[in-house]
Each structure stands twice: as structure tokens, then as C-alpha cells.
Design a protein around this ligand. Structure first.
Ligand code: HEM
Length: 540
């Protein structure tokens, strides 16, 4: 790529200041990554040529039509990079996030119905039950105090998200949310994000690990590499894998014993894994997933579902603290709707301001800022608007050679002023309550997350936050529901304010908050008991 010229060289792009890393370090850097992606959003017309490590070409795209081709239309050409697939395989085993092509489609075919709306409806009571445990835990720490109490809300959201995905995803309780710290196993899972951020830059070396051997052997080899992050990750993945096998065997026994045994399990057989295992037993030989693939879905769900949701919830609480008027408006809506008790699926879906708050947060602060792809063969990317090339010619489509790395700029797409208007970078939930600009409704953004659906198909203004097409986030509805349940329960009981400590949001695979430059993720917030004006008067 250094010696042969390419049509990509005619695309505008920022200079690279490192041969070893190219622009990649800027793109994924926790400290200055935001500045770089903001610069790309503001200065480039939906596409920019970057440099990857060792002079490789890397295309950064947020043009809606180009994204649509990468993520939906030509997804078989723009595949998940092999380093990501191999890394996922070592971490989770041969599950959906570690499969490609026909194998991925086969797994997706079995898993899609498990995440159907009908099943998601059944999850809501489980979400409410876990949410109440969280409320009780916070209440125990706040009540009796003279004022708001400082708490690490990221830690509480992390424990809650783990318990939510544990109970509703696996039918397993990781953490009763009582003690100040969770048990060793939950702690091992919680350590994953920090461990991952230590090895982010090494993921691209995964293809060089030996192909042969079982996943467990490859995990052991990874653990022998003298790098603390990889060793820690190997240890945690091993623990997680062993516990997944135990949970699987337990479920299999219950399913064999019949309905009564299943009903005695956590989640009463309504969790994702129980539904999957039942469907798999009934599937034709051609469709049935082998046991190791079913088991691997468990660690995949935990990894994919925990950190994303906990950081998204933390970000929402943070924004509600910064915007007390929005917090009060949301509380009013929720208290009014939940007068008669917990909200079910339809009740949650009817809360328009809650939906606007979630949607706007997911727009302006997508937890996953970029996703990566790699071309398996030569391709052509059309653009929604022509752009000027470096040589002054007009470019309408871009020939992309085989082996090119692509970064899909979720952050940039969601803040694109050409689509969202001049206030694109401002958090305004109200924008979802009135007509959105025509530019956004008409854009071909690839996304399962839309404000308008016809017969289950996303048709309104779409966000690429959960990606789109055959590799979109399978848990997006699950995640939206659990977030809404937790927010409703928290906001009707507590008030949230920022503490005096400076919070920095770091760009990573999944963005996370820290206090200043501390290496430890945390979100200290002041949590108080909400007393409505009537209940205060009642006390007199
Ligand atoms: C706010 C929360 C979440 C966000 C922003 C999010 C975002 C995403 C994105 C952008 C992808 C595509 C990744 C890529 O193509 O490289 C993805 C994939 C995935 N997500 Fe999520 N996710 C969230 C929550 C969840 C939850 C709660 C679950 C499970 C319960 C989940 C399960 C998955 C799985 C299994 C995949 C891989 C799908 C496949 O490869 O076919 N996610 N997610």
C-alpha cells in the first residue's frame, strides 16, 4: 500500500503523524480521540482518507449512502475484520460475534426470533424486578441522610446491567445487588472493560496467534504472552467460559426434567438462553447450532450487553444531572404514568419524553463511536453527495481495493450538521417531539434504531448507533427496554446531581467516564431521595 498508488489517495484526509500507528491511535485514543472525530465530522464531507498502522489505508466514512453500502447492501464484501473475529473467538468462543459469512447467517437465523418483540415483552417484569433491587440498594444508602449522598453511579449501573443480562439473558443471578461489592465472579466480569482498554492496540495482532488447537488452548497461549492485559483477559475468559458451561448444563437438565423444573429456575425459562435452547432442540438438523456455539452465546451476551448498557445509562443520568429541567420533566411524565405500579412493555413505549431522552442520548453520545470493516474483494462505494478530490476532480463514487480497512463513523453520522442542522452537537430531547429536518428523514442511514416503524420495519429517522443490516445489534430492543425500566424506577425515587469532581468521558470501544485522568472508570454523582411537594407537606 505504500508503493502502489490507489484511487483512495485522491480523497481528502488529515495528515498522519506516526508511521507505526498512522491515524489509528488518534481515532481510538481515550484522551484525544474525541477531538479527532469532531475534527473529521466538521472538516470532511462524509468520507476521509486516513492512514492505518504501517502505512495501510484506512477509510473513515459517515456519508449515509456509503455507510448503507458497507453495513447493509454489500455487507458480504465489507466484513468484520479478521482480527476482530479472532479476538472475539478467543474471548467468547465460536458465538455470533466470532462468526462470519454463512456461519454467521446460520447463527443469526436461530438467534433473531429469540430477540423478537413477543419475547422482549416477557423480559419487562424481569427488568422491573432487578430494577427494584437497585432502588432498594440505593434507598438503603441514601435514606436517613440529611442530604444527597455521593455514589459511583457507573459502578451501580455496571452491577445492574450485569444482573439484567444475567437474569433476562442467561436465567442466572450474578449479583443480588445487596453488598457494597459484588462477588468474585461478577468482579471478574466487571474487570473486563478496564482489561480490554489495556489490550486494545494488540487486537490487530490476533491473526498471528496459531490457528490450530481448541479455543481453550489458544486462550492459554494468549495467557503466556508477557503482557499483563492479555494474561488477565485469558484468565477472565477462561472463568467465564467455565461458568457458561455450568449454566448450560444446569439448564439442559431442567429442560429435560420438564416445565416444573424450568419454572423453578431464575427467569422461569423466559430468558434468552432458555428460549434459544428450546428452539435449538426443535430445529432441523441443518439449522441446529452445535453445543459449543450455544454455550459461546452466553459470554457473547454478557460482553456485548453489559458495558454498553451500563455506560449508556450512566451517560443518561449524567445528562439529566446537567439538565435539571429535563430531569424534572421526565420525572413528571414517569410519575404520572406509573401511578398504578410498574410499567409494562406498552406503558414504557408510550412515554414520549422518556423515548426522546434515550434517543437523543444515543444520538449525541453513541456508546460505540466507530465500528470497523475490511473489504474482502474490490468494491465501489457510492456517495450521497459528490465531493472534491485532492486533484480538483469531482468524485461521485470511490473504487475501494480489496483489503482496505473501513471505520464507520457512528459519532460523526449522528452529529452530521448537513443532516441534523446547525444544533447537531447539542443535547435536545425536544427535537424528537416535533418534525425532524427532511434531510434526516430522507437520508439512507443504515440503522435498526428508528423513531418510526411500519410492520416492524424501521422507516423513520434512523440512527446508526446500533448499526444496521445483518450484523446490527441483536440486543437493541432488549437494551432500550432495560434502560427505560431502570430510568423510570430511578427517576421516580431519586434526584441526581453531578459531584464537584471533574468527569471525563473517554473514547474507547465503549466510551466510559473517569474522574479527571484517573485510570479507573467511575462516575461519582450526588444521589438524593426525591420528595414530591405533596409528600413534603404530608410530613408537616
Ligand atoms: C446501549 C447499548 C448497546 C449499544 C450502543 C450496542 C451497539 C452495538 C453495535 C454498534 C453493534 C455492531 C458491532 C459491529 O458491527 O462491529 C452491536 C452488535 C451486537 N450487540 Fe449490541 N449494543 C448495545 C447493547 C446490547 C445488548 C444489551 C445486547 C445483548 C443483550 C447486545 C448484543 C449484541 C450482539 C450479540 C452483537 C453482535 C451481533 C452480530 O454480530 O450479529 N448489544 N451492538
Amino acid at each position: 500500500q505504500l508503493v502502489v498508488r490507489s484511487p483512495l489517495d485522491n480523497l481528502p484526509g488529515p495528515p498522519s503523524n506516526s508511521f507505526a500507528y498512522g491515524n489509528l491511535r488518534q481515532l481510538v485514543s481515550p484522551a484525544y480521540g474525541w477531538g479527532f472525530v469532531e475534527h473529521l465530522t466538521e472538516s470532511y464531507p462524509g468520507i476521509a482518507r486516513l492512514r492505518g498502522p504501517l502505512g495501510h489505508r484506512l477509510l473513515y466514512i459517515f456519508d449515509p449512502l456509503a455507510m448503507h453500502h458497507v453495513v447493509v447492501k454489500d455487507a458480504h464484501i465489507f466484513e468484520t475484520p479478521s482480527w476482530a473475529i479472532k479476538f472475539n473467538r478467543i474471548r467468547f468462543g465460536p458465538g455470533i460475534a466470532a462468526s462470519m459469512g454463512g456461519n454467521h447467517r446460520r447463527q443469526r437465523k436461530m438467534l433473531n426470533p429469540v430477540f423478537s418483540i413477543a419475547h422482549m415483552r416477557d423480559m419487562v417484569p424481569i427488568f422491573n424486578e432487578v430494577g427494584h433491587k437497585l432502588v432498594k440498594a440505593l434507598e438503603d444508602r441514601v435514606s436517613g441522610q440529611t442530604g444527597p449522598v455521593e455514589m459511583d453511579m457507573l459502578a451501580w449501573m455496571g452491577r445492574t446491567a450485569l444482573e439484567l443480562v444475567g437474569q433476562a439473558g442467561l436465567g442466572y443471578s450474578f449479583d443480588p445487588l445487596v453488598a457494597d461489592t459484588p462477588d468474585d465472579f461478577a468482579m471478574a466480569i466487571k474487570a473486563i472493560p478496564a482489561t480490554l482498554s489495556k489490550v486494545n492496540h494488540l487486537r490487530r495482532l490476533m491473526p498471528y496467534l496459531p490457528e490450530a488447537g481448541r479455543d481453550a488452548t489458544r486462550r492459554k497461549i494468549m495467557g503466556m504472552i508477557p503482557q499483563s492485559g492479555l494474561q488477565e483477559l485469558s484468565r477472565i475468559s477462561g472463568i467465564l467460559n467455565r461458568r457458561s458451561v455450568e449454566i448450560y448444563e444446569d439448564k439442559k437438565r431442567a429442560l429435560k426434567q420438564g416445565d416444573e423444573a424450568v419454572m423453578r429456575q431464575i427467569g422461569e425459562g423466559k430468558d434468552i438462553m432458555s428460549i434459544l435452547m428450546r428452539a435449538n432442540m426443535l430445529a432441523s438438523d441443518m439449522d441446529r447450532l452445535p453445543e459449543d456455539e450455544v454455550i459461546a452465546q452466553m459470554s457473547t451476551l454478557i460482553f456485548a450487553g453489559m458495558d454498553t448498557t451500563s455506560n449508556a445509562l450512566s451517560r443518561t443520568l449524567c445528562l439529566l444531572a446537567i439538565h435539571p429541567d429535563a430531569q424534572e420533566k421526565l420525572r413528571k411524565e414517569v410519575l404520572e404514568a406509573s401511578k398504578n405500579g410498574d410499567l409494562g412493555y406498552d406503558g414504557l413505549e408510550s412515554l414520549r419524553y422518556l423515548d426522546a431522552v434515550c434517543r437523543e442520548t444515543m444520538r449525541i453520545h453513541p456508546p460505540v463511536a466507530n465500528i470497523f470493516r475490511e473489504t474482502k474483494q474490490d468494491a465501489v462505494l457510492p456517495l450521497s453527495q459528490p465531493i472534491g478530490g485532492v486533484d480538483g476532480t469531482t468524485i461521485r463514487e470511490i473504487p475501494v481495493p480489496k483489503g482496505t480497512s473501513i471505520a464507520v463513523g457512528i459519532f460523526s453520522s449522528n452529529r452530521n450538521k448537513a443532516l441534523w442542522g446547525e444544533d447537531a452537537a447539542e443535547w435536545k430531547p425536544e427535537r424528537w417531539l416535533s418534525a425532524l429536518p427532511n434531510s434526516i428523514a430522507g437520508a439512507k442511514i443504515p440503522g435498526v434504531y428508528s423513531n418510526f416503524h411500519v410492520r416492524g420495519k424501521a422507516t423513520g429517522a434512523k440512527l446508526v448507533t446500533f448499526s444496521g443490516g445483518g450484523r446490527s445489534c441483536i440486543g437493541f430492543k432488549f437494551s432500550q427496554l432495560e434502560m427505560k425500566v431502570v430510568l423510570c424506577l430511578l427517576i421516580s425515587k431519586f434526584t441526581f446531581e453531578l459531584s464537584e469532581k471533574p468527569i471525563v468521558w473517554n473514547l474507547s470501544n465503549i466510551s466510559f467516564p473517569t474522574v479527571g485522568n484517573s485510570p479507573k472508570s467511575a462516575l461519582p454523582m450526588k444521589v438524593g431521595l426525591y420528595r414530591s411537594s405533596t409528600s413534603v407537606l404530608d410530613g408537616f
